[in-house]
Ligand binder design. Structure first.
Ligand code: DGY
Length: 321
């Protein structure tokens, strides 16, 4: 029997995923969940056939160039691939697989949580209770924005954007979207397509960012586009931090141009723009989109399905390069 392929795993993964890894591979695990530097990652992967990284690993062109010749596949534990220079991998003949589908529902759930929490002032309310500052119920106290029946604009109508739309329909929201390509009517489900995002923004009482981070989407929500939103709009981001110009968003939350924001992802996370921390109208989560046991297991299994297929000489279930 030939030796099992060696896989370097950069982060501690769920137990069930480790079990399968150890069963089928010569798995180099990171049980201490140490955050490896690039040098440590390269040292660890030295005599491996595959790399199983996470979004916390920055695999830029230089790192790709320094990978040992033996590494022929990167199976990332994520749907997002912005931490990997996919073009550099392609150029070196390294296959890249990701984990779409399995985190769609968990991420869409968090988008709805952010919408409600931001619109209804959940941060302020929660803090008021915990800090024993809760006075008498007041007819005009802690008034938020109504979500039911409002207009929701979705920037990026892929799997997660569509799952956000499905949930928003339960709140009788009117769905608008911008996407590179228009969806078929059965997927659109009556949502109104805008061929350019700028045409959609004036219709967004709520705006949900659901596009991947690419050169095209980076800095999308800047001061000019925030200016196109209705006054008092609510913005939520479960995609990637770099879609947002942080200074512009913070300024709009401070001025009252935007009523509130709900953010699960940030540029430079976990070292986010400190301006967010003091805003009462920002509801902030630490990149929890896919953070359920079921989803993280499924992500690990999908990464392993990619590895299994690769080493069996079959097409990857989810290949990006
Ligand atoms: C991903 O898989 O890209 C997510 O951001 C992780 O939650």
């Amino acid at each position: 029997m030939s030796a099992k392929p060696a896989v370097f795993v950069t982060r501690k993964l769920p137990d069930a995923v480790h079990e399968r890894l150890l069963r089928n591979y010569d798995a180099r695990l990171n049980l201490a969940d140490k955050l490896y530097s690039t040098a440590e990652l390269l040292a660890g992967v030295k005599d491996c056939d595959a790399l199983l990284p996470c979004p916390t690993d920055k695999i830029n062109a230089e790192t790709v160039a320094a990978l040992p010749e033996r590494v022929k596949i990167i199976a990332t534990f994520s749907v997002g691939c912005d931490h990997i220079d996919v073009a550099a991998c392609k150029a070196r003949g390294i296959v890249v697989g990701n984990t779409p589908d399995v985190l769609t529902d968990a991420t869409a759930d968090i988008a709805l949580l952010l919408m409600l929490a931001a619109a209804r002032g959940a941060y302020n309310g929660e803090r008021t209770v915990r800090e024993a500052r809760w006075g008498a119920w007041a007819p005009t106290g802690m008034l938020g924005r109504h979500m039911t029946g409002k207009r929701l604009g979705i920037y990026g109508m892929g799997r997660i954007g569509q799952a956000v739309a499905r949930r928003a329909r339960a709140f009788d929201m009117e769905i608008h979207y911008h996407n590179r390509a228009r969806l078929s009517p059965d997927r659109e489900q009556g949502a109104r397509f805008h061929a350019n995002a700028e045409a959609m923004l004036p219709h967004c009482d709520f705006l949900s960012l659901n596009a991947p981070a690419t050169a095209e989407t980076t800095g999308f929500l800047n001061a000019a586009r925030i200016g196109m939103l209705p006054d008092g709009a609510v913005v939520v981001n479960t995609a990637r931090g770099p879609l947002v110009d942080d200074e512009a968003l913070i300024a709009a939350l401070k001025s009252g141009k935007l009523a509130a924001a709900g953010l699960d992802v940030f540029t430079g996370e976990p070292d986010i723009n400190p301006g967010y921390r003091t805003l009462d109208n920002a509801f902030l989560l630490p990149h929890l989109g896919s953070a359920t046991t079921e989803t993280r297991n499924a992500m690990g299994f999908k990464a392993l399905d990619n590895l299994d297929a690769f080493f069996a000489g079959k097409p990857l279930p989810a290949r990006v390069a």
